[in-house]
Design a protein around this ligand. Structure first.
Ligand SMILES: [Zn+2]
Length: 593
C-alpha cells in the first residue's frame, strides 16, 4: 500500500467517456430546470419537478468537481484535472444563476401560497428548510442583468487568485540544511522532538514565504477586494454578515462565544508561558514551539506507525459505537485516505464527501506524531458525519460551517480522553499538552485569524494592503490574542500566507466556525458523558439534522443554548481545568529536575 487514495469511484480516468456524458446531462438538466421555472405551471408539481432535477444536477456536478479537486489536491499542477476543474467552474456560473432564478421564483410567491405549497407535498416537506432559505435568499441575489457578468468576472478574479494561491503553496520548495523540501514537510517539523530542527524549520519556512510574499499578497487583496464588491451586489452590510448568513448563524451567538473566549485568554497564556518554561524559555513561548512535543525528558514522545494509528483509532472510537470502528477500518481498507506528505501534494488535512457514492475521501500528511493520529480521528469524524447524512436529499446536507466541525471535534475529544485514561503518569503531561496545543489553535489562534481578517477587510476598503501591512496586522492580531503567552521576538508574520482559509472565493471568515466547532463539539461530548450509550442515537440524529435547521435550533435539539455565554464558558472551563493540571504536572517536573 503506497498510502494513496483510490479515486476510481468517480471515473476510470480523465479519458473516461462518462465525463462527457455527465457534462451533457448537466446541460440538459440546466435547460430543463429553466423550462420548468418558466412554465408557470401549478406550484406543487413545478417545485417537485425542480427538486428532482436539482438533486440529479447537484449529484453530477459534485462528482465532476470532486474528481478534479481531489486529483489536484494530491498532485498540484495535474493538467487534465486543472482543465476539468476550469470546465466545472465555467459550468458553475449557469448553476449559480439557476439557483438565483429558483430563489427569485420562490421570493415572488406570497407567503401563504408558499407555505400551502409545501404543506401539500411530502417531497417538498422533506426539503422545507432548503426551500424557506432559498426564498429568503431572493433578497441576496444580485440584479439578474448583472449576475452573469459578476459570476464570470469572479472566475477570472477571486477564483483564479485562489487557484494561484494553492499552486504557490503546493510548489514552494524550502531551503533546509542544504536540501530543497516541500513546505508541508517543513511545517511537519514543528512537531519534531529535536528543538534545533523546530527552530531551523521555522526560520527556513519564514525565508521561503518571503519568496512568494508578493503574489500571495496580491491573491489576498484580490480575493478580499472582490468580496467587498460582492457583498454590495448581494445587499449585505458586511462580509461578516454574509458569512454568518451562510453559516445559518446569528451575531448574538458569535458575540456570546467570543465574550466567553476572551475571558479565558489569561488561562491559555499561563499554559503557553509554562510550556515555554518547560522548554527552557524565559520570555514566553516562541511561535515555533507551539507544537513542540512535551515529554518528561526520559521517555521520548510516542510516535505511531500507520498500522498503530489505525488500530488505535479503531480500538478507541469503537468504544463510542462499534459501527464507528467498522467504518474507520473500512476507510483504511478501501483506500479512502491519502496518507503521507509528498512533493506537489497539498499540505494540512481535509475530508471531502463523495455523495454520489455515499462515501468520503480524506487527505492527511501523516508523519507519525500523536497529533497526526488526532488529525485522522478528526477527518474521519467528518467522514462519519457524511455517513450520518447518507440518503438525505443533497440540498439538506449542506451543514453550515459552524456545525461542520461537530463530528470531527467530537472524535478528537473522544480519542484524547480515551488515550488519557490508560496512559502512564510520566506521559500524561505530553498528552495534556497535545490537547492544549489543539485547543490553543482553535480558540486563541482562530481568534487572531478573526481579528486579522476583520482588519484586512477594513483596510482593503480603501487600498491594496502591502506585504508589510499584512505582516504588521498579523503580528498585531497575534499580540491581541496570544498576548504575553508568546515570545514577542518569535511570532509568525506570514500566517496569512500559510492558511488557505483566507483565500476561498465568496467565503469570508472561515475561522470562527472552528472555535464554534471545538467548543460546541466539547459541549456535545459533555452531553455524551452525562447520558452514556443512550446518547449515540441522539448524536447521529443531531449530525443528520445539521443542514436542516438554523444553528441555534439544531443545538437546542440536544438541549444546548448557543446564545448564552454560559454554554461557551462551560466548554472553556473544561480546557481551563486541563491547563491547571498541566501547570501542576509541569511544576512537578521542573522541581524534579
Ligand atoms: Zn475539520
Amino acid at each position: 500500500m503506497d498510502g494513496r487514495w483510490d479515486l476510481s469511484v468517480f471515473y476510470r480516468g480523465f479519458d473516461d467517456p462518462q465525463i462527457e456524458a455527465d457534462f451533457a446531462r448537466i446541460s440538459d438538466l440546466c435547460v430543463q430546470i429553466r423550462e420548468t421555472l418558466d412554465s408557470k405551471g401549478e406550484p406543487v408539481t413545478l417545485l417537485e419537478k425542480t427538486a428532482d432535477q436539482e438533486e440529479e444536477l447537484n449529484r453530477l456536478f459534485g462528482k465532476l468537481t470532486g474528481f478534479a479537486g481531489l486529483t489536484q489536491a494530491a498532485e498540484a499542477g495535474h493538467k487534465e484535472a486543472m482543465q476539468l476543474y476550469d470546465r466545472c467552474m465555467q459550468e458553475s456560473v449557469e448553476l449559480d444563476m439557476l439557483s438565483s432564478a429558483f430563489s427569485r421564483y420562490l421570493g415572488a410567491m406570497d407567503a401563504k401560497t408558499f407555505e400551502d405549497t409545501i404543506a401539500a407535498s411530502p417531497k417538498l416537506q422533506s426539503i422545507a428548510f432548503h426551500l424557506r432559505r432559498e426564498r429568503e435568499a431572493a433578497e441576496h441575489t444580485p440584479a439578474p442583468e448583472i449576475e452573469e457578468w459578476l459570476l464570470n468576472m469572479s472566475l477570472s478574479g477571486a477564483g483564479t487568485f485562489s487557484q494561484l494561491r494553492d499552486q504557490l503553496d503546493a510548489t514552494l520548495m524550502v531551503d533546509y540544511r542544504g536540501k530543497q523540501l516541500p513546505l508541508s514537510e517543513i511545517r511537519g517539523m514543528a512537531e519534531d522532538p529535536d528543538p534545533a530542527v523546530r527552530k531551523e524549520a521555522y526560520e527556513a519556512e519564514l525565508a521561503a514565504y518571503k519568496k512568494i510574499e508578493l503574489p500571495m499578497a496580491a491573491c489576498l487583496n484580490g480575493i478580499k477586494g472582490e468580496g467587498l464588491t460582492m457583498v454590495r451586489a448581494e445587499h449585505f452590510d458586511s462580509i461578516l454578515d454574509q458569512s454568518l448568513y451562510g453559516s445559518n448563524m446569528d451575531r448574538e451567538t458569535l458575540d456570546a462565544m467570543w465574550t466567553a473566549c476572551r475571558e479565558f485568554f489569561p488561562d491559555f497564556r499561563r499554559y503557553l508561558r509554562k510550556k515555554g518554561e518547560l522548554l527552557g524559555y524565559k520570555n514566553g513561548l516562541p511561535f515555533f514551539e507551539l507544537f513542540a512535543p512535551i515529554s518528561d525528558g526520559k521517555t521520548p514522545a510516542k510516535t505511531y506507525t500507520i498500522e498503530e494509528a489505525r488500530a488505535t483509532l479503531i480500538r478507541e472510537l469503537s468504544k463510542f459505537t462499534p459501527e464507528m470502528g467498522k467504518f474507520i477500518d473500512n476507510a483504511f481498507e478501501n483506500d479512502w485516505i491519502d496518507l503521507y506528505p509528498r512533493e506537489g501534494k497539498s499540505g494540512g488535512a481535509f475530508c471531502s464527501g463523495v455523495e454520489h457514492a455515499e462515501q468520503s475521501r480524506v487527505l492527511t500528511n501523516f508523519t507519525g506524531s500523536l497529533s497526526d493520529v488526532s488529525t485522522l480521528a478528526h477527518e474521519l469524524g467528518h467522514a462519519w458525519h457524511n455517513r450520518c447524512m447518507a440518503g438525505l436529499p443533497l440540498v439538506m446536507r449542506n451543514e453550515p460551517m459552524p456545525l461542520a466541525e461537530t463530528a470531527s471535534i467530537f472524535n478528537e475529544t473522544l480519542l484524547a480522553h480515551a488515550l488519557r485514561e490508560d496512559v502512564p503518569h510520566d506521559q500524561l503531561l505530553g498528552l495534556l499538552d497535545a490537547d492544549l496545543q489543539n485547543s490553543t489553535q482553535v480558540v486563541v489562534d482562530i481568534y487572531s485569524r478573526f481579528l486579522f481578517e476583520s482588519a484586512v477587510i477594513e483596510g482593503r476598503k480603501s487600498h491594496n494592503l502591502s506585504v508589510d501591512e499584512l505582516k504588521e496586522l498579523m503580528l498585531d492580531a497575534q499580540e491581541q490574542s496570544y498576548g504575553d503567552g508568546l515570545d514577542p521576538e518569535y511570532r509568525h508574520p506570514y500566517m496569512w500566507a500559510c492558511k488557505s482559509h483566507y483565500y476561498i472565493p465568496g467565503l469570508g471568515f472561515y475561522n470562527y466556525p472552528y472555535a464554534f466547532g471545538q467548543l460546541f463539539g466539547m459541549g456535545v461530548y459533555a452531553r455524551y458523558q452525562e447520558k452514556g450509550p443512550a446518547f449515540v442515537e441522539d448524536y447521529n440524529k443531531l449530525l443528520r439534522s445539521c443542514g436542516s435547521d438554523m444553528v441555534a435550533d439544531v443545538a437546542a435539539s440536544v438541549g444546548i443554548d448557543v446564545h448564552s455565554a454560559d454554554f461557551w464558558r462551560s466548554s472553556l472551563r473544561t480546557i481551563a481545568k486541563d491547563i491547571e493540571l498541566f501547570i501542576q504536572l509541569a511544576d512537578e517536573q521542573i522541581k524534579g529536575e
